[in-house]
Design a protein around this ligand. Structure first.
Ligand code: URA
Length: 210
């Protein structure tokens, strides 16, 4: 991957909107070339919860908003069932461009590599500074391995709150898309129930923390 320029993060940004505008022209890795647009985080500054996925998918790339496609619907359903209002959360991704390969007429998701994740990291750090959440919840292994530890295993360590180097507590749960990929309805129900349990547990520990 050619690093063309560092991420153009403004110093002392006054708002998420200012960051979003700057990120629209980001060329810190070459994923921008195939993506329709930068998909920046969305939600309120001061949200208690920051949800971090991997990267925008096909729908998100087209609409410009995170978690609005099938994975977003699953996320919304889980949040709702756990009693969490998405409007009280800030939703973003570790990588802000859609990485894909053509297969026939379809655009197939490709996992971002370490350099692409590293190139995008300054945007996450800037979002964190503006939002100042009480907890960051990684959705899936890519976010958890980027933000908690490269050896993080979601299957074994989901739902556990860890202190983070960047301030707020941090935890991980499954990626909502992984629930959709479960091999049968029963496995899907089990994965979904675990997801909702993690969301409930994180919300409860944050509410009871001093
Ligand atoms: N998957 C993600 O990780 N993020 C999105 O925004 C959508 C799907």
């Amino acid at each position: 991957m050619a690093i063309e320029a560092p991420a153009p993060v403004p110093t002392n940004p006054r708002s998420i909107d200012e960051l979003r505008d700057a990120a629209a022209g980001c060329r810190a890795c070459d994923l921008w070339e195939r993506a329709t647009q930068t998909v920046f985080g969305e939600g309120s500054e001061g949200a208690w919860l920051m949800l971090v996925g991997e990267q925008p998918g096909d729908r998100e790339d087209i609409t410009g908003a995170p978690f609005v496609g099938p994975a977003g619907e699953m996320l919304d359903r889980g949040l709702d069932q756990a009693g969490i209002d998405r409007r009280q959360a800030y939703v973003t991704n570790v990588v802000k461009h859609f990485k894909w390969e053509p297969r026939g007429k379809r655009r197939i998701h490709q996992r971002p590599n370490t350099e692409e994740i590293r190139a995008c990291r300054p945007w996450f750090e800037a979002e964190l500074q503006r939002v100042k959440p009480r907890v960051v919840l990684c959705l899936g292994a890519t976010a958890a391995q980027a933000l908690i530890s490269p050896t993080f295993r979601v299957t074994r360590q989901h739902g556990i709150l860890f202190p983070s180097a960047f301030g707020p507590m941090i935890a991980a749960t499954v990626h909502p898309a992984s629930i959709l990929r479960a091999p049968d309805p029963e496995a899907r129900e089990v994965a979904y129930a675990g997801f909702v349990d993690d969301l409930r547990q994180i919300a409860a520990s944050v509410k009871t923390a001093p």
